[in-house]
Design a protein. Structure first.
Length: 155
């Protein structure tokens, strides 16, 4: 399965003013904002990189600058924020690999969700449950077949 490392980063911070009450995706800025326990998590970047690469010190400030114009009434407290950086598994076509591994009876995978891992976790878990317990692949997951690149290459 072709999976590539993609580094993301975030800052979770309390702040001053009125924070966003719901999770929002700032499409033009490519920043996700999520309320978390009285704070807000601002996350962004999707840098294809080596697994051992470090986050550029310019990336998190760039995410904060990109989000700033959207929040007139809320500003993060940068002195007490929690910064994070980590890898996300990504696939060449942006779809995750979900399903049985051909030739390995009883082995299932669910990986490669990129920036949508937490968002897609519940529906992916239900799909894998149906595959394992009922031997049924939900129609919506046929595009996520583990062997889809292998099948295309042999056509």
């Amino acid at each position: 399965m072709p999976v590539q490392s993609a580094r993301g980063c975030s800052l979770t911070s309390a702040g001053s003013g009125t924070p966003p009450r719901r999770a929002v995706k700032l499409l033009e800025a490519q920043v996700a904002c999520s309320p978390v326990d009285g704070a807000v998590r601002l996350s962004g970047t999707f840098d294809l990189t080596r697994a051992d690469a470090r986050l550029s010190p310019r990336r998190l400030p760039a995410v904060l600058r990109a989000a700033q114009p959207y929040f007139r009434e809320w500003q993060p407290d940068l002195t007490r924020g929690i910064a994070w950086s980590g890898l996300r598994p990504a696939t060449p076509d942006g779809l995750p690999f979900v399903g049985p591994v051909p030739g390995h009876g009883g082995l299932f995978v669910a990986t490669g969700h990129g920036t949508l891992g937490i968002t897609l976790a519940p529906v992916t878990a239900c799909a894998v449950r149906d595959m394992v317990i009922f031997d049924r692949l939900p129609d919506a997951f046929t595009a996520c077949a583990v062997d889809r690149f292998e099948r295309t290459r042999h056509r």
